[in-house]
Design a protein around this ligand. Structure first.
Ligand SMILES: Cc1cc2nc3c(=O)[nH]c(=O)nc-3n(C[C@H](O)[C@H](O)[C@H](O)COP(=O)(O)OP(=O)(O)OC[C@H]3O[C@@H](n4cnc5c(N)ncnc54)[C@H](O)[C@@H]3O)c2cc1C
Length: 413
């Protein structure tokens, strides 16, 4: 599809979900796009993943094959004994369309499908971008092999330690959450009766969660356990044993699921983020995904928001003459304005919930848990408002598609 009067040149840095979604959307907008990744391939850092319907919708519109991608689940939050605290309710029409709310998959399959959708030659691996400079006329990327790549717009999709973010806005400290998470998956058939479910439980100190997954046509389950841990504390335990210990006392089937998991399929991460930026774009450069709003896994939405960012950015660049500085500025500002409150809210909420559930002082925990067990507070905060945010994103995507088809129609023919 060549829809713009002047094909602009866009360079995207980082081959994660944000970068790949951006490249797809920018390509659909009719611009030339190059995606630089420092590693030999766009590799999935991690195993477990859930996506909400809004990123699935964006992926589908970007031409990614989402047929049979993941297992749609209905989610409840519970206490460790299994008492339901929250029912995450998406509207019936959304559940019908996406067969459920929270879609469980393994990360490598998402990457594979994104890669399959990318036009040939778009992804340039083994290319670390070492420096970015720009002026009103254009931007230049200095690559590790000494080459200089010239473009009209630069997109930093380079994750939590983003070079582009640092170049535009200076350094900002990483926020340690003092939490760590263990995640794993199993295809053991024993749990088949729980397909379609996602259960997120909390004891007074630990989160123990599991969701159904579907990976390359195979049904299974992923799980995670999360608790307080200082990043600088030594950690030498065997991950599988440590996860089993943390899940002890949680309602069935979590402990059995962990026991059924091959220890080779267990990973561990320390949780950290950075505080949201007031502005993402400067001059001819902008940020997407974790580069713009690093988000703790507590949200289970960082990759989802990264995908949405890429989708919306490309849509907004349709019909824009990227040589024209004023037009670029307007487009980048209009891209980030609605994205900032949504993403900041999600990443801040993830941080606060993590602290509330796992770092509350011991004397306060029984009171907190009584409130969560016996009042609708948690239902309001995560059960009602999170689905409302997802529905809002679905509506935003519909509006963006409307504008996109007008922009592309005006510039074709
Ligand atoms: C345990 C865990 C569970 C999670 N669960 C979920 C979940 O269920 N749902 C969800 O939506 N999200 C989840 N997330 C969050 C999600 O993984 C991230 O938010 C997401 O990966 C961010 O995508 P991104 O493309 O912005 O950045 P990244 O995935 O970090 O990709 C950045 C890319 O940029 C490349 N790069 C960096 N610097 C350069 C450079 N100078 N030159 C070239 N390339 C460069 C990197 O190599 C990398 O490939 C989870 C995270 C963790 C750790």
């Amino acid at each position: 599809m060549n829809t713009t009067p002047h094909r602009g040149r866009v360079a995207v840095i980082g081959g994660g979900p944000a970068g790949m979604a951006t490249a797809l959307s920018v390509h659909q907008a009719g611009h030339d796009v190059v995606l630089f990744e420092r590693y030999p391939r766009a590799r999935a850092a991690g195993n477990i993943l859930n996506l909400w319907p809004a990123p699935i919708k964006a992926l589908t519109l970007l031409g990614v094959d989402t047929e049979d991608l993941g297992a749609p689940c209905h989610t409840t939050f519970r206490n460790a004994r299994g008492r339901v605290r929250v029912d995450v309710k998406l509207p019936e029409n959304v559940i019908r369309e996406y067969r459920g709310g929270f879609i469980g998959l393994l990360r490598p399959e998402l990457y594979e499908r994104l890669l399959n959708a990318l036009p040939p030659e778009t992804l340039q691996v083994n290319h670390t971008v070492e420096r970015v400079e720009q002026d009103r006329e254009g931007a230049r990327l200095h690559l590790s092999d000494g080459r200089i790549h010239e473009c009209d717009v630069v997109v930093g999709a380079d994750g939590i330690d983003s070079l582009v973010r640092r170049t535009l806005w200076g350094d900002s400290p990483k926020r340690e959450h003092h939490l760590h998470i263990f995640g794993g998956f199993t295809f053991d058939d024993t749990f088949a009766a729980r397909r379609g479910e996602s259960v997120i439980s909390h004891s007074s100190t630990t989160q123990g969660a599991w969701t159904a997954i579907r990976n390359k046509g195979r049904d299974g389950f992923q799980w995670w356990v999360l608790t307080a841990h200082y990043a600088d504390e030594e950690f030498t335990e065997d991950l599988h044993t440590a996860a089993s210990e943390l899940a002890r006392g949680f309602a069935d089937p979590l402990p059995r699921m962990i026991a059924a998991t091959d220890p080779a399929n267990v990973q561990r991460w320390q949780l950290r983020d950075r505080k949201p930026l007031k502005q993402w774009s400067k001059g001819r450069a902008t940020l997407v995904g974790d580069a713009a709003h690093p988000t703790s896994p507590y949200a289970a939405y960082g990759a989802g928001m990264a995908t949405e960012d890429g989708y919306f950015l490309g849509r907004r660049l349709a019909g824009v003459d990227l040589r024209d500085y004023a037009e670029v500025r307007r487009a980048l500002d209009e891209f980030e304005t609605p994205r900032k409150p949504h993403t900041a809210r999600q990443s801040q909420q993830a941080y606060i919930l993590g602290q509330l559930f796992h770092r509350a002082p011991a004397p306060l925990r029984p009171v907190r848990d009584m409130v969560f067990d016996h009042t609708p507070l948690l239902q309001k905060v995560v059960g009602d408002s999170s689905p409302a945010q997802i529905v809002k994103q679905l509506d935003e995507i519909d509006r963006a598609e409307g504008r996109f088809s007008i922009a592309t129609r005006n510039h074709s023919g």
